[in-house]
Unconditional design. Structure first.
Length: 293
């Protein structure tokens, strides 16, 4: 069995699943998801706890029990001590399934055999680009969406829709991620309108009230609120990915929405600076067809 540690929000969980799925197919073995660290609620300063969200989709994986996890990676207790032990283990031991460098494709990972435990963020599409059709199918909704979402989905598909995602939330004051400013969105809209028609802009955000109060555009705009998000943000993901064109911030959530869009002539614009640390190169995260501004 291939087992992958799940961590972070929905976009991060999708990257982890996608790599695990690729390896499980390659080795013809089941995929297991380790949720023990994701669901640990030991208080951590300036840390945003996340819920497991992949179960809204038609994923091909099971949640593993502790007995199924290799001894070295098991989490026996809650609390700071267990987190510290795990941190030391990851720092000192170079295990085969450990991510060595953020955003970079590691070909050695794809050589792992049928029994492997993976831990990392795995934010590089090269890990799963060969099975994109399978990933698209896996990330379809498991249950039929509510009528409100279905109606908006139909509208988005029928016009020249532009998805704009505004990421705020835990990015406000974040030392790792810069909030993309209004000027960025204005430049991106100018770029797109010179190349294609914009019928309507659909704005998605984790702070839709801020968007309504601060963003003004010359086009018809809909601010897509929480009533369209579904139980675990799957509604927003499906609605966003149905759009024709995209302006996204440095967010894995909207990265996936743009990546999963099947529209062959889509324009996707993302920021040049994905992360504040100048020593980390995130270029491999961005598909070559996307525009960086």
């Amino acid at each position: 069995m291939i087992i992958i540690r799940i961590q972070g929000g929905l976009g991060n969980q999708m990257f982890q699943y996608a790599l695990g799925r690729a390896l499980s197919i390659k080795n013809n073995v089941p995929l297991g998801l380790d949720l023990t660290f994701l669901l640990d609620r030991t208080p951590i300063p300036n840390f945003t706890f996340r819920e497991y969200q992949l179960d809204s989709f038609n994923i091909q994986a099971t949640i593993v029990e502790q007995k199924d996890i290799p001894f070295l990676y098991r989490k026996y207790n809650l609390g700071f001590f267990m987190r510290y032990i795990d941190y030391i283990r990851r720092k000192l031991l170079s295990t085969p399934g450990k991510e060595k460098k953020n955003y970079y494709f590691d070909p050695e990972i794809m050589k792992l055999g049928p029994n492997a435990y993976l831990e990392g963020w795995w934010q590089n599409p090269e890990y799963f680009s060969d099975i994109l059709d399978i990933i698209r199918k896996d990330f379809t909704l498991k249950n039929e969406p509510i009528e409100k979402i279905k109606n908006l989905l139909k509208e988005i598909k029928e016009n020249n829709s532009l998805c704009i995602h505004i990421r705020r939330g835990d990015y406000v004051g974040n030392i790792h991620h810069e909030i993309v400013g209004k000027d960025y969105y204005s430049k991106c809209i100018e770029y797109i309108k010179e190349r294609t028609k914009i019928d309507k802009i659909y704005i998605f955000s984790d702070d839709i009230k801020w968007c309504e109060e601060n963003l003004k555009f010359e086009f018809l705009v809909m601010f897509v609120g929480d009533e369209y998000s579904g139980e675990k943000d799957e509604g927003h993901m499906i609605l966003m990915s149905a759009c024709k064109n995209f302006i996204i911030p440095n967010s894995t959530f909207s990265w996936w929405a743009a990546y999963l869009s099947p529209y062959k002539d889509k324009i996707v614009i993302c920021p040049k600076e994905w992360i504040r640390d100048e020593n980390i190169n995130s270029w491999d995260l961005i598909p070559k067809e996307w525009i960086q501004i």
